[in-house]
Write a protein that binds this ligand. Sequence first.
Ligand SMILES: [Zn+2]
Length: 350
Amino acid sequence: MGHSNKKFYRILLDSLYRSGIYNAAAPFTRGEGAIFTLHQVCPKAVPAFSPNSILKVTPDFLEETIITVLQQGYDVITLDEMTERLKTGQQGKPYVVFTFDDGYRDNKTHAVPLFEKYKIPMTIYIVSDYSSHKGELWWLALEEIIASHSSIMDPLNEGAKLASATAAEKYAAFETIYWRIRHGDQQEQRRIIRRMATEHDYDIDELTRREIMNWEELRELSKNEYVNFAAHTKSHYAMAHLTEEEARAEVMAGIEVMQKELGTAPAHFSYPYGDCQSAGRRDFQLMKELGLKTAVTTRKGVLHSAHKDHMMALPRISLNGEYQENRYIKLFLSGLPFLLRNGGRTLNVN
Ligand SMILES: [Zn+2]
């Protein structure tokens, strides 16, 4: 979302909240339940330049969310249980599923203790390369390289430099590079970030070792009754930009390594990035062929009974750093903002 779009969206959310309409609408718009998307959970204060803050929440906000969800009468359930409820059309209490993408170590430190405290389940989607401490967390590397340099190489403009001294310049440099390499040739994207790392004397492999849980840690966590694992590919490539063969290989390889390392094959899946440009119809079909139980996107929305026919294109609600306030949780759970955004359609699956 662009800056002015974001601003508009927040104004819309705030006025929806103040109007109280969402409360009256909720029984009609909230659907059966919702899946929350989270990434990192960290207590640290957010610095002036923090382009990935949308992917981070504080442990306090996570706990506040859990409390709100439970107080509102939601069941917190696993993906398996959700599958069951959707498939059988079981009418009961509305439910929430908590999911965490990528396998960040801070999940273990700051999220797991909360799920133990409230005795509720959570699911972590694993990228097999990252947990093997290989591959590139390119969006975080880009942030850290820019954060620590007052000028950086322009990777798509041989010999040119981008200013990155002030927070505003850092944001501009980040946006420029991020959007030029996010879509398109994924291997080229990784070559570019490695070239930038070398040029700026930055250790991109240390980043992965620092931020992502290794298999040993995951095996330890797998003994925890509240923690479940699911698949998030091998290399974290946007599937829609791969050939069908490449996409299948990415998914299969991720699942095989998880099975080998953790002893069980994951039954659920999360598309890397998960937006409309990163995962589409072909990928939904592919996941069905591969026999997964569910696959989640980052398309926004709550779950409706009609999703039982679209289990490979499930929407989620991002619990993100920009909306860390209790009122947004209630509003999101009502489903109303997504219904408005999707032009009144409850399904967005093509
Ligand atoms: Zn991811």
